[in-house]
Design a protein around this ligand. Structure first.
Ligand code: SPV
Ligand code: MG
Length: 291
C-alpha cells in the first residue's frame, strides 16, 4: 500500500459497504483495484490453489507473506491478509503481525480454528480452538502491532464448525473484549439468514466482515443495511479465471487455431498495461543507453 492510499480504517469510517476481492498475485490485485474494489483480500485458498496445493496450512507463513507483500506493493488499495489460524500459537501470531506489518498490509485476519486448519468449505476437521486460547491470540496480535492503523480481524468459525449462533456471538464478544478491531462471521450455508441474524444481534461497536460465497444471492447493500461493514468476495477472480482458461484451452485444441477465442481473450496491450511496460520503456529511454 503506498503512502497516499486511503487506509483501511478511513474506508471503514465511510458510510456503506467496503468491498474486497480475493487475489493470489499482483496481477489479480491490480484487476481488483481497476474494477473498483475498495480492498484486496490476500486469500489463503487462492494462493494455495495457485500453487496446486490444498488450503490446509500446507504453505508456510513466509510463502503466504511473500504473496501478500507483492500485492501490497502493486496496488494502492489496502491489502487484507488472510492469515489462516495464525500459523501456530500466540507466539506465532506475534511474529506474523510484525512481518505482515512490515510488508505493508492494512489488516491481518486470524481464524479461531485449531492449527493446522482446513478450508471452511471442506467437510470434517473444522475444530474450534477454546475461546480463551483464541482471545490470547488476539491480545498477542494487538500487543505485537507497532503501526496503530493495522486492523486485526478475528474470524469466527462457530457457524462453519456447527456450534451455532449463540456460540458465535459469545465468542465474537470475547474477541472484541480481547482487542479485535473487527470480527468476521463466516458461514458455509446457502442462506444468508444465520449471518443476517448474527448482524442483527451484534451489539458491539466493532465492525463486522462477511464472506458471501455460498449465500451469494444477497447483495452488498443488503448486507450493509443489515450491519455488515466489509464484504469479501474471496475467490471469485480465481474461479472466473479457471473457467475462462479451461474454455480457451479446450477451444484451441478443438479448432487447431486460436481464431475462435481471439475476441474473448485480452490483447497483449492489456497485458503490457497491467505489467507496467510503458513505465519500463520510459525508464529504459532515460537510464539504459542503447549500444
Ligand atoms: C480464503 O479465501 O482463503 C478464505 C475464505 O479464508 S474461504 O475460502 O471462504 O474460507
Ligand atoms: Mg482462508
Amino acid at each position: 500500500m503506498d503512502a497516499f492510499s486511503p487506509a483501511l480504517r478511513e474506508l471503514l469510517d465511510r458510510p456503506g459497504p467496503v468491498r474486497a476481492a480475493g487475489a493470489h498475485n499482483p496481477l489479480g490485485a491490480r484487476l481488483a483495484e481497476r474494477a473498483g474494489f475498495d480492498a484486496v483480500w490476500s486469500s489463503g485458498l487462492e494462493i494455495s490453489a495457485s500453487q496446486g496445493l490444498p488450503d490446509a496450512d500446507i504453505l508456510t507463513m513466509t510463502e503466504l507473506l511473500a504473496v501478500a507483500q507483492s500485492m501490497a506493493a502493486a496496488v494502492s488499495v489496502p491489502v487484507i491478509a488472510d492469515c489462516d489460524a495464525g500459523y501456530g500459537n500466540a507466539s506465532n501470531v506475534m511474529h506474523l503481525v510484525r512481518r505482515y506489518e512490515a510488508a505493508g498490509v492494512a489488516a491481518v485476519c486470524i481464524e479461531d480454528k485449531t492449527f493446522p486448519k482446513v478450508n471452511s468449505f471442506v467437510p470434517g476437521r473444522q475444530t474450534l480452538l477454546p475461546a480463551e486460547d483464541f482471545c490470547n491470540k488476539i491480545a498477542a496480535a494487538k500487543a505485537a502491532q507497532s503501526r496503530p492503523d493495522l486492523v486485526v480481524i478475528a474470524r469466527l468459525e462457530a457457524l462453519v464448525a456447527g456450534w451455532g449462533l449463540d456460540e458465535a456471538l459469545r465468542r465474537g464478544e470475547a474477541y472484541a473484549e480481547a482487542g479485535a478491531d473487527m470480527v468476521l462471521i463466516h458461514d458455509k450455508g446457502k442462506s444468508p439468514q444465520p449471518v443476517l441474524e448474527f448482524l442483527q444481534r451484534w451489539r458491539r461497536p466493532v465492525p463486522v466482515a462477511v464472506v458471501p460465497t455460498t449465500y451469494h444471492t444477497v447483495t452488498a447493500d443488503e448486507l450493509s443495511d443489515a450491519g455488515a461493514k466489509l464484504v469479501i468476495y474471496a475467490n471469485h477472480g480465481l474461479r472466473a479465471a479457471i473457467t475462462a482458461i479451461t474454455s480457451a484451452f479446450d477451444t484451441i485444441l478443438r479448432d487447431g487455431r486460436t481464431t475462435g477465442i481471439e475476441d474473448r481473450i485480452s490483447p497483449l496491450s492489456t497485458v503490457f498495461d497491467l505489467q507496467g511496460m510503458r513505465q519500463f520503456i520510459e525508464a529504459e529511454r532515460r537510464f539504459v543507453a542503447e549500444r
